[in-house]
Design a protein around this ligand. Structure first.
Ligand SMILES: NC(=O)CC[C@H](N)C(=O)O
Length: 380
């Protein structure tokens, strides 16, 4: 195996770290984020919500089960770059179609390994999220730091137009009810989740007019996840306002949740450090149960001003931030986290069933949680 080329990671605050090039040789830039998932690197790399973000994986060993199409959330990677502690260059897995290195090279994805990821995470946690550059071409510290400083801030950045569908398309043509998906960078498993529950699913590009969405006669409207700052998306907020005004059942995930909140006059803010991982505890305030959730967001809905507009029905147990809203003025709800998982646990999958119930005009059933067994061996 050839010796990997040297690479550097530079942060806008002047921090520079040396490592080895992984994936494509080249240079990339974006907001440096970290994800605490212990597996699922492919789902993370291909999540369109990560457009414009360089992903640092806190799990120390990445690439160890190779790469395969089935584990992707989109046809290509969307992260701007990858930062890892140890990169597996010679993985072995009967399901893999290629190595992660080959996948990254094929898609021009630049990465760096050999980085003290724990130290960097502690740095970002203390200082707040910041922009960075990874390069295996330019190894001059001052030049790299200057490039990192020049990366536009994520605050105020509209990125959904980069990843939305070019044309409307049917993901599932037939079903008992029709879900119109507003695509700001939708993950495949959200579409699969609706189809699996017997929904016809039509995906509409960002920028589709209210009339064009309604002409399809949807039973429910879904605002998808996606990259960037929702406050820089006035057109999408306007559309959400029209949808809300029509009284059509509405559901939103992550960016979609933020857009629905903005449409109802609530505020969204940029967090010091976002939530990204597959192990974040969320309290369901209706059932009193804790869900272990998948998360990927750097913005959040402000709790102030909710009176008469929405109730917080899910809350993050790490920092108490708003994780879910039940709206009071129209039939709709939204979550900041990811019930579609991919990667992650399925504790929150019931939210898709609840949306189907809302479209059908049925009572929203709460998820059944098994009683813990007295004998831990029985659980195994
Ligand atoms: N996964 C998402 O939809 C992310 C939403 C938004 N871009 C944020 O970072 O908060």
């Amino acid at each position: 195996m050839p010796t990997p080329l040297p690479a550097k990671l530079a942060l806008e605050d002047g921090t520079v770290v040396e490592g080895q090039s992984v994936g494509a040789v080249g240079e990339t830039a974006g907001e440096l984020c970290f994800n605490t998932s212990m597996s699922g690197y492919q789902e993370i790399l291909t999540d369109p919500s990560y457009s414009g973000q360089v992903m640092l994986m806190t799990y120390p060993h990445i690439g160890n089960y190779g790469a395969f199409e089935e584990a992707t959330e989109a046809p290509r990677p969307h992260v701007a770059g990858l930062v890892v502690r140890q990169f597996s260059r010679d993985p072995s897995n009967s399901d893999m179609e290629e190595t992660l290195a080959a996948y990254m090279e094929r898609h021009g994805l630049v990465g760096i390994s050999g980085v003290d990821t724990r130290k960097l995470v502690r740095h970002i946690r203390e200082q707040g999220v910041m922009n960075c550059v990874i390069s295996s071409e330019d190894l001059d510290d001052a030049s790299l730091v200057a490039k990192a400083k020049a990366v536009p801030s994520m605050a105020g950045l509209e990125l959904a137009s980069r990843v939305t569908a070019g044309e409307p398309y049917d993901f599932a043509e037939s079903g008992e009810r029709r879900v119109a998906v507003l695509d700001y960078g939708v993950k495949r498993n959200i579409l699969r989740s609706f189809a699996h529950l017997g929904c016809a699913v039509r995906v509409f590009p960002a920028g589709t007019s209210f009339d064009d969405v309604m002409a399809w006669e949807p039973d429910g409207i879904f605002f998808s996840n996606g990259p960037g700052d929702p406050r820089a998306m006035p057109e999408a907020v306007d559309l959400a306002r029209q949808v809300i005004g029509s009284g059509t059942p509405t559901f939103g995930i992550c960016l979609g949740h933020q857009l629905m909140a903005l449409a109802e006059g609530l505020e969204v803010y940029k967090m010091k450090v976002g939530h990204r991982g597959a192990n974040h505890p969320v309290l369901n305030l209706t059932t009193g149960h804790v869900e272990i959730s998948t998360q990927n967001h750097g913005f959040a809905v402000q709790e102030a001003g909710l009176d008469g507009i929405a109730e917080v029905d899910h809350r993050n147990l790490n920092d108490q931030t708003v994780e879910g809203l039940k709206f009071l003025r129209f039939p709709g709800f939204s979550v900041q986290y990811h019930p579609e998982a991919c990667p992650g646990p399925h504790d929150s999958r019931y939210l898709f069933d609840q949306f189907v119930a809302l479209m059908d005009g049925r009572e929203l059933a709460q998820p059944a949680v098994p009683e813990p067994s007295a004998d831990p061996v029985e659980d195994a």
